[in-house]
Design a protein around this ligand. Structure first.
Ligand code: F6P
Length: 327
């Protein structure tokens, strides 16, 4: 690889709490290591539209505690075209940028992988998404904060559920991964947790709710992952329960984008700081086309191919724990 002097960093895809802390760590490790660092606004779209800003250590002050991403984010359709990627590469060359750090999820890494195979530029990925659905890293940036947000919201919903003897279905994000639902469900004491990785079927759900009503439960919380396929959507599930268990008053709450916002937890700030520093270290070591992740508390390098194309396995022990603690 040619001599590394200048790098650039961007955030892409859905924002997640802790992305700012990751940018900050990239910028500061760049300065610490004698490199110049540019920020790119609006992800790959800003890269194509030449929307850069030079960032020094003081430019990222007071960002560690802020949710969202001050570099802004986008899901760029233009970057999916060869023409768009060519423009992006031309802009990097014109600014003499030697390497790129991209912070985002699987869509971001897919774009990065194609880009670095087409052009001679090292790219390192940092996993930033609330979904925790990237293979090869135990945690993604923003997941812990989102879990805490969900648990706080469900604690509040529980007050009404128990005061009115109601059954609440609470839909959480996660795209086609059930990590948010499973972990927040255990943490919030949910009666049942519906995740895409485990299709229990509506009959089993109703049987279980009926049984727990008979054993003295007067209210219930069911956490439903947005990717779960039972009934196709949460309203259909609610309708089925209401018809078959008429004694319950069934309510639906969709938590939505509240889960993506807010000040990052300490866990996410530390994770983002480690991964941001790790990404620049990896570039200095001459690495490319990899994600910097965390596994068993250690920084690991995972090829983009493995991070994107291998499905992350849900922890079946957690499913067992959820079943036991909800009896
Ligand atoms: O990937 C993060 C995520 O919040 C998913 O959980 C969700 O399915 C999706 O993004 C929502 O995307 P948008 O904000 O574009 O509607």
């Amino acid at each position: 690889m040619k001599n590394l002097q200048k790098i650039a960093v961007l955030t892409s895809g859905g924002d997640s709490p802790g992305m700012n802390a990751a940018i900050r760590a990239v910028v500061r490790n760049a300065a610490y290591s004698g490199l110049v660092c540019d920020g790119i606004y609006r992800g790959y779209q800003g890269l194509i539209e030449n929307d850069f800003i030079e960032l020094g250590p003081r430019d990222v002050k007071n960002t560690i505690n802020r949710g969202g991403t001050f570099l802004k984010s986008a899901r760029s359709k233009d970057f999916m075209t060869k023409e768009g990627r060519q423009k992006a590469f031309n802009n990097l060359q014109a600014r003499r940028i030697d390497a790129l750090v991209v912070i985002g999820g699987d869509g971001t890494f897919t774009g990065a992988s194609v880009f670095s195979s087409e052009f001679d530029i090292p790219v390192i990925g940092i996993p930033g998404t609330i979904d925790n659905d990237i293979n090869g890293t135990d945690y993604t940036i923003g997941y812990d904060t989102a879990l805490n947000t969900v648990v706080e919201a469900i604690d509040k919903i529980r007050d009404t559920a128990s005061s009115h003897d109601r059954l609440f279905l609470v839909e959480v994000m996660g795209r086609d991964a059930g990590d948010i639902a499973l972990n927040s469900g255990i943490g919030a004491g949910a009666e049942e947790i519906l995740i895409p990785e485990e299709n229990l079927g509506i009959e089993r759900l109703i049987e279980s709710l009926e049984k727990s009503r008979k054993t003295g439960k007067t209210s219930s919380i069911v956490v439903v992952s947005e990717g779960d396929q039972i009934g196709k959507n949460i309203t259909n599930v609610a309708d089925s329960i209401q018809t078959q268990l008429p004694d319950y008053e069934v309510k639906v709450t969709v938590l939505g984008h509240i889960q993506r916002g807010g000040s990052p937890s300490c866990f996410d700030r530390v994770l983002a700081s480690r991964l941001g520093v790790g990404a620049v270290d990896a570039l200095i070591e001459g690495k490319s086309n990899i994600m910097v992740g965390i596994s068993h508390k250690k920084i690991v390098h995972v090829p983009f191919e493995t991070a994107i194309n291998v499905k992350k396995i849900i922890d079946t022990d957690l499913i067992r724990v959820a079943d036991i603690v909800s009896t």
